[in-house]
Write a protein that binds this ligand. Sequence first.
Ligand SMILES: Cc1cc2nc3c(=O)[nH]c(=O)nc-3n(C[C@H](O)[C@H](O)[C@H](O)COP(=O)(O)OP(=O)(O)OC[C@H]3O[C@@H](n4cnc5c(N)ncnc54)[C@H](O)[C@@H]3O)c2cc1C
Length: 147
Amino acid sequence: VMLGDAYAFIDPVFSSGVLLAMNSGVIAAEAIDTCLKTPAKAVAALKKFDALMKHGPKEFSWFIYRVTNPIMRDFFMGPRNLFRTKEAVLSMLAGDIFGKTPIWSSIRAFKMLYYIANILQPRRAYLGWKRRRFNIRKVDDDVVYNA
Ligand SMILES: Cc1cc2nc3c(=O)[nH]c(=O)nc-3n(C[C@H](O)[C@H](O)[C@H](O)COP(=O)(O)OP(=O)(O)OC[C@H]3O[C@@H](n4cnc5c(N)ncnc54)[C@H](O)[C@@H]3O)c2cc1C
């Protein structure tokens, strides 16, 4: 199995790597234990492991794709705790997304506020979207190696 940074490296600006790595160790130990003790359940155990491993990068990708947007920057520079969004985002950025911490309704509220702010500032939203589309694009390997 691949764990921690070997599985997925997320920019340290999100401060989630250590918790994600430790969590991956715990769920891998559980999956391997099942494989060794009850091989008949190995496929299901590895499938569950795989789904849990994808959970982290999937949740973080929403923030990764938007963190450079000026509207998101406004949110971070003037934090408010409407619907406990500040606590939820801090928990999430620390990687606390696997346990029972009740963050998800506040995370949804945060995303909703972000979309509303984008609708209210269409020009900034469009420029942010355009920049993101340019920054996050597939690059030919040859171009990278020969640069
Ligand atoms: C500058 C920076 C700042 C960061 N800040 C934070 C932060 O504030 N909060 C946070 O949560 N995360 C942070 N991270 C991310 C975090 O450090 C990693 O996500 C986490 O350490 C990953 O753990 P890991 O066990 O997967 O890998 P690592 O911690 O990299 O451990 C891998 C180990 O394997 C060893 N190794 C490699 N190859 C071999 C080999 N062939 N044989 C034997 N041993 C080998 C390495 O020496 C290393 O000790 C930061 C990362 C960086 C680079």
